[in-house]
Every structure is written in structure tokens, then in C-alpha cells.
Design a protein around this ligand. Sequence first.
Ligand code: GLA
Length: 400
Amino acid sequence: MRIRAALLILTLVLAGTVAGERPVAGALPRAYNGLAATPPMGWNDYNAYGLEVTEALIERTADAMVANGMRDAGYAYVTIDDGWMAAGRDAAGNLRPDPARFPHGIAAVAGYVHARGLKLGLYADAGLRTCGGLAGSLGHERADAALFAAWGVDYLKYDNCYAGPGCDQVDCPGGRAAPARERYAAMRDALLATGRPIVFSLCAWGTEDVARWGAGYGNLWRTTGDISPTYASMLSIFRQTVGLDSRAGPGGWNDPDMLQVGNGMTAVEDRAELTLWAALGAPLIAGTDLVRAGPDTLALLTNRAVIAVDQDPLGRVAREVSAAGGRHVLARPLSGGDVAVVLFNETGTTATIGTTAEAVGASPGPHRLTDLWAGTSTTTGGDIEATVPPHGALLYRVAA
Ligand code: GLA
């Protein structure tokens, strides 16, 4: 047993270090809490509702996720974003839910969600106030983590507004407060001390080069500022995230922010977002109104073959093979020797995009090529080429 435990720790330590780099001070091994072996999947209210979250919204969304197949497709976490708490703490110094928005408290909502086979996520902030101006957790990490665990929270999204004395404003680019890394470590340790498995989401918007140290501090880290429901925003976030592939892996993932699928982009762009996010090994956190979502949106979100790429157990994410002229080729090695290949046309005109099995790292020989959106297969001797519509992305699985 002792030897096995020592080997496990050694493996975790090695896995937590990007080749040739020294570990960051204060970091724990990647997968330090044993969670998020694959990128977390779920739903969060913020993209559709902003700060207007209520217990009724969370509960009817949980019901919808059961009824519409989202839960069974793997979307496990239902997350309450900013807006849930009262502006101040109670007399004992505890966070408390806004009595109008969550009249039965967070534990009751957790019970409701758990009874439907789902998990509960909650939002807090590593500073003086949340981005919406409500009570922050800086200096209260132990008490707040204990409260979250007692309520039955399974996932914490931890934001970075009003970062502390010297930064009493939404964002301080100069970094006058304590570094995010220290403030995130305090909550990480507080969550670990509760003994409850709680996925830890670092919402630090790519600041302080969070992708360099995020593994060992949390299970996912935002690589950029907030996404909006436009192609331009989605594209810019993709571009800022794609080069960070060496940072992602089991237990710790680059987070290009929540999905905007269903929120106003075209169907082609919605599909491109899911394609790119799956290749990047991004957390798949739906951000649309799931009670009203139409069949087209739900069909995109629940495509099993696409989800299987995102959730591939090997845990390596896509690298960019080429991007000349906005014609992107991405390759993601999958377990069993398959390779996921994306042909993404960033431009506003139809383009032919091509690559080869060799360039994407597939084994030599003819390959079965499955278009995961169309569900059709062909055989290729080596060339992988297609005509891709403006803003479109195709996703193939190249069989070993
Ligand atoms: C920040 C985060 C968003 C959301 C809002 C809530 O902007 O990056 O994802 O949580 O705060 O106020």
C-alpha cells in the first residue's frame, strides 16, 4: 500500500509540471483534489440572466436538464452565478442568501438538484466584493468554504473583482492587491479542509498568466475576460486560448468561458463554438435558457460524439497545426490512438481547408474519417480536406 501511495504521489507531481519548467511555489500537484479528470460539464445562469438568479430559475433549469436529456448527456453541474447573496454578511459574519431570491436557502436548492441526479455549483469572489457588488470572501475563506460544504455545494466558481485593499474597484490591471495566486490558494486550502469534493473554478480572466500556474490551484481557470454572444467575442477567446494546450490536462483545464450556444449567434457559429471548445478540452458549461431552448440548440449541446471528444479520457487537448489565412487546422490526440481534427474557417467567405493524416499525428495507412456532426464516414489514404462555410467548423474523428 505504501509503495502504491508513493507512486501515486510521484505520478501526480510529475503530471503537474509542464516539461522543463519548475513547479510554481505554493502549487499542489495537478489533480490535487482528485476531481475533474475530464473537463466539467454543466449549466450556469449568468450568460442568459446576468445577476437575476433565483431559486425558482435554478430548480426549473434542473428539471429541464433531466427532461431534455442534458443531464444524461453529461451536463452535471447546475451553477448559481453572482447575485445569490445578500449585500452584507449576517451578525455572525456569515454569507447569507438574498431572502427574496433564495427564500429557502442554498441547502434546499442543493437538495433539489441532488435529488435529480445533478450537482450544485455556487459563485463567490476572491476579493472585497463580487463583480456585482455583493459580499466578497477575502479574509473569510475558511468560514465560507465550510458553509458551502455544509450546504452541499459541489463546485465553486471563484471570481476576482475588488481584489482587496488597494484595489477597491472591479478590476485593477496594475495589481495593487495581493496576487490572485495567493488569494486563490487560500480558498483552495479552505475547500480542501472541508473534506467535501468541490470542483474549484478560478475565474481570474487570464490575469497573472493563470494558465501557467492554475493546475495545482484549481480544476479550471478562465483564460480571458467575459464572453459575449457574438462571433467576434467567441473567435477572440478561441485565439487567446488555443496556444495554451500544454497547460491543460486531467484535473486542470483551460476555461475559455461558458458557452453562448443558443444566445444569438447563427447555427453555424453555435456549432463552431462547440467544435472548438470540444477540441480545446474546455469545460462545457451551457449558458442559455434551457427551459425555452429549441430542439436545434439542444441537439447541438447533446451531440454525444462531440461530447466524447471534449471528455476524452486521455486528457490531451488540441494543438493548432496551421492557421494561415484564418483557415485553422487543429488536432487533438484521443485515447486508443484516434485523432480529432477540426477544420475551422474563421473568415467571412467559403474556404477549402486541408491537412494530412501525417500532419495531425495519425498513424500511417488508410483511415476511417467520421464527420462527427453529420455522422457520416469515409475512408482516406491520408488527405483530409473539405469546403467549410464562413465561420464554420467541421469536426472529424480519424480512426487509428
Ligand atoms: C465576472 C465573471 C463572469 C460573471 C460575472 C458576475 O464578470 O467573469 O463570468 O461571473 O462576473 O458578476
